[in-house]
Design a protein around this ligand. Structure first.
Ligand SMILES: [Zn+2]
Length: 185
């Protein structure tokens, strides 16, 4: 279900935030030790098909070569946002991405993704980002401070003070890329 994060054997963020986490982890693991899952149409489509497996097939967007650049730009912007969390260095990015708002039967506002191709993916990601921000979970999504790793992980610690996705693998072995998980999907 989360093919990008499986490469690190990570604990996933709860709910829809896991989609954002996995999107961030499509980036190549540190120092060229793995592939960028958004490098080609085929790999990006494979990631989207797996990550959106719970959504109706008719909604799962088709990715073309023109979408790849936008998806990678969005990933870079979200990674910067996560890395800069808690500082004032968060970049201002404007994205022309639409969402649809509706009321459910209980009277709660529901946001639904809109758009086609990469914009549908972007719409979903921004909806999940907002939901995490509302639930005070966003600050727990982090990138590992080991420069050779930089995977996106969810900090479940009581104090939300983890700097590495795995203190043993990344905290003490600064500069060495951690062993990638041998787990296969
Ligand atoms: Zn790490």
């Amino acid at each position: 279900m989360w093919p990008a994060s499986e490469r690190y054997a990570l604990q996933m963020a709860p709910g829809g935030l896991a989609l954002v986490q996995d999107f961030l982890n499509t980036a190549p693991p540190g120092r060229g030790r793995g592939d960028d899952l958004l490098a080609t149409e085929t790999s990006a489509q494979a990631w989207i098909d797996d990550a959106l497996v719970d959504r109706p097939r008719s909604e799962v967007p088709r990715i073309t070569s023109r979408d790849l650049l936008e998806l990678r730009r969005l990933r870079e912007a979200l990674r910067r946002l996560v890395t800069a969390a808690g500082s004032s260095a968060a970049p201002a990015s404007k994205w022309d991405i639409a969402v649809s708002a509706t009321l459910d039967q209980a009277g709660h506002v529901q946001l639904l993704p809109l758009g086609t191709n990469w914009k549908y993916v972007g719409s979903l990601l921004l909806i999940e980002t907002r939901a995490a921000q509302e639930a005070d979970l966003w600050e727990r999504l982090k990138t590992c401070r080991n420069d050779a790793c930089t995977c996106a992980f969810f900090d479940n610690s009581a104090g939300n003070d983890q700097r590495f996705h795995d203190t043993e693998a990344c905290g003490e072995a600064q500069g060495d890329a951690p062993a990638l998980s041998s787990t296969t999907a």
